[in-house]
Design a protein around this ligand. Structure first.
Ligand code: F3S
Length: 101
């Protein structure tokens, strides 16, 4: 099952995930990243490297995050690929603290 980026990524965009992805499945807007479910190979390498636990395997997705399955599919198809790590957003550390990580 594909992996999904959830709202914990918003105002963070640490992009550690991109550096550990063996395929180019991540897409980005100014706010967060999204995974193309048709490209993701389910390796799981991105999950432990995200500082704010924004990424889930679909089978482990909490019920309150289910809507992100549809959002990832729709947004990834409309946005450019991001394949290299970038600087986090200026709000990233504050958001990380807010999330308790
Ligand atoms: Fe977002 Fe975590 Fe990647 S904050 S950009 S899903 S490392």
């Amino acid at each position: 099952m594909p992996h999904i980026v959830t709202d914990n990524c918003q105002r963070c965009r640490f992009t550690e995930c991109v550096d550990h992805c063996p395929v180019e499945c991540f897409h980005a807007d100014d706010e967060q990243l999204y995974i193309d479910p048709d490209v993701c190979v389910d390796c799981g390498a991105c999950i432990p490297v995200c500082p704010v636990q924004a990424i889930y395997d679909v089978v482990d997705m909490p019920d309150d995050k289910e809507r992100w399955v549809t959002i990832n599919k729709a947004r990834s198809s409309a946005l450019p690929i991001i394949s290299t790590k970038q600087d986090p957003l200026p709000t990233a550390e504050a958001r990380r603290a807010e999330l308790g990580f």
